[in-house]
Write a protein that binds this ligand. Structure first.
Ligand SMILES: C[S@@+](CC[C@H](N)C(=O)[O-])C[C@H]1O[C@@H](n2cnc3c(N)ncnc32)[C@H](O)[C@@H]1O
Length: 495
């Protein structure tokens, strides 16, 4: 059946609901939100319905006369015979009628509705799958903050104010579009001071309109003004499996204008950002970290200053060994609105992949995430020795029960040696987990003593990206237990 979506003004119009149960209650609520004057007919009704102040309840069976003067009727009883009588009588009178959950007996259907004040978004599958329509509506819901009704109302007020006394139609249109764009910019995640910012931006738009050509309004040439609209969102992409992105991360991607992503990010995640430009910005082979970060910083500032919503998509969590802190500081320095959406960090992905509980009441009460890189790593190398330790391994040996080392595979022999020398048991288990949560994830088990040996070699698990988990908890893994007992270190753990 073909459907034409229309919006019915029902304020104070008489609408009839036949039925007194849960379904009728849902329909009454829908009609109430449209301001309809509701009459309900049923021999028995739920107490919630009977107590509703705006609903006129008639405790009697349906009769055709009840249809008199109604704009529409909804049959919501659990008796198909009554529902069909309502349908037939309504059709005879040329009325709009909906028999709940019975599409052949409806000449209008209810879409799934998202409301934010005067903004109404309706989703319909033409009656084929109301559940799908509901899911899609729920997905849309995240794109509109609860306070969007106030934002829309305020932008409407600002628009009227800005247009007042403006005789030129082109300028009036430009002002309207400019104010609407401001409201859209704050749609999903408005800052706390959204009202002041909207007002300031609308005042600027008006000033520019007075002094210049209206076409300037859509692309302001004042860089500080454009920067106010641009934003930076650091999104944690998770350790590898694209399913581990958060809902908030997916939403931010869907709204992005530009996505600047790292090498370790799974390419499937970019499908969440169909309308954005995708820019890969990892470290080039042979390039120093400091140079790579400078290129990324330049891009962030440039894109945001053009008024674009920039998503910086980073492997794992942005604030764990991800330079997220530096990018936050950069945004602050340049006056760019910024927020962080966390992600599943590699240590947690690796723990799940290998079945290792990072803590357990009776075995491990503390866990540390540490970098195995040298102290000079990523600084440009000018003052710090790249081979010097960034972590006091001897102190750490006693300080925590479980140690998870990121970026440590290349220096693992030295690290293991220092840990054992400092008193960590040489027979304590360690697991090296590579490509955690991905289809080709790989886990290899060692003892600390084995890891410290010169003839360790370069097993495949020791290639990047991998994390090393050290502690008594490793032996608790049900996945790894047999391999450890059999002194058979290589385990491929299927995802
Ligand atoms: C620059 S750090 C980024 C860490 C990231 N921000 C996080 O929270 O997971 C990169 C290191 O994370 C670890 N890593 C990232 N993804 C991994 C994975 N799927 N499996 C194992 N280790 C991973 C490796 O130690 C890799 O060298």
């Amino acid at each position: 059946m073909g459907f034409l979506p229309v919006v019915l003004p029902l304020q104070n119009r008489r609408c009839l609901v036949v039925g007194g149960g849960r379904i009728a209650l849902q329909k009454v609520e829908a009609l109430e939100s449209a301001g309809a004057s509701i009459e309900l007919v049923a021999p028995e009704v739920l107490p919630e319905l009977a107590a509703r102040p705006g609903v006129r309840v008639r405790l009697e069976p349906f009769r055709e006369e009840h249809l008199e003067g109604a704009a529409l009727v909804i049959a919501a009883t659990d008796d198909p015979e009554v529902n069909h009588r309502v349908h037939e009588a309504a059709v005879r009178r040329g009325m709009l009628v909906n028999v709940v959950d019975d599409p052949p007996h409806c000449n209008f259907i209810f879409p799934s509705v998202l409301r934010r004040g005067d903004l109404t978004i309706a989703v319909s599958t033409g009656g084929a799958s109301p559940a799908l329509a509901r899911l899609l509506r729920e997905e849309l819901e995240g794109g509109f903050a609860p306070e969007f009704d106030q934002i829309a109302a305020e932008s409407g007020r600002l628009r009227r104010e800005a247009r007042e006394g403006e005789p030129d139609a082109g300028r009036r249109r430009a002002l309207s579009e400019s104010v609407a764009a401001l409201a859209r910019a704050f749609r999903a995640a408005p800052p706390a001071d959204w009202r002041e910012r909207l007002q300031a931006m609308a005042a600027d738009a008006r000033k520019r309109c007075e002094s210049s050509d209206p076409s300037d309004l859509s692309d302001s040439s004042d860089p500080s003004d454009r920067r106010r609209l641009g934003s930076l969102t650091l999104v944690g992409a998770g350790p590898g499996d694209p399913e581990l992105l958060t809902l908030a991360g997916a939403r931010a991607l869907a709204e992005a204008d530009v996505v600047i992503y790292d090498r370790l990010v799974h390419p499937a995640l970019l499908a969440h950002a169909p309308r954005a430009r995708h820019v890969l910005m990892g470290k080039e082979p042979g390039e120093r970290h400091a140079c790579a970060q400078a290129r990324i910083n330049e891009s962030i500032v440039w894109e945001a200053s053009q008024g674009r919503r920039v998503v910086r998509l980073k492997g794992g969590d942005p604030l764990i060994f991800g330079r997220g802190g530096e990018e936050l500081a950069l945004a602050r320095e340049h006056g760019i609105a910024c927020r962080v959406i966390p992600g599943v960090t590699a240590a947690l992905g690796a723990a799940a992949a290998s079945g290792i509980p990072l803590t357990r009441r009776d075995v491990a009460s503390s866990v540390a995430f540490v970098t195995g890189c040298g102290a000079g790593h990523g600084t440009g190398g000018a003052q710090l020795d790249a081979d010097a330790d960034a972590v006091d391994w001897a102190a750490l040996a006693h300080a925590v029960d479980t140690i998870v080392i990121y970026m440590g595979a290349a220096r693992i022999q030295r690290i293991a040696r220092v840990l054992v020398e400092a008193g960590r048991p040489a027979d304590q288990a360690a697991a090296v987990i590579r490509n955690a949560t991905l289809a080709d994830q790989e886990v290899q088990c060692f003892t600390l003593g084995e890891l410290s040996r010169d003839d360790l070699g370069r097993s495949s698990a020791l290639q990047s990206p991998s994390v090393v988990v050290i502690g008594d908890v490793v032996a608790l893994s049900l996945i790894l237990r047999d391999a450890i007992a059999a002194h058979h270190p290589a385990v491929i753990v299927p995802r």
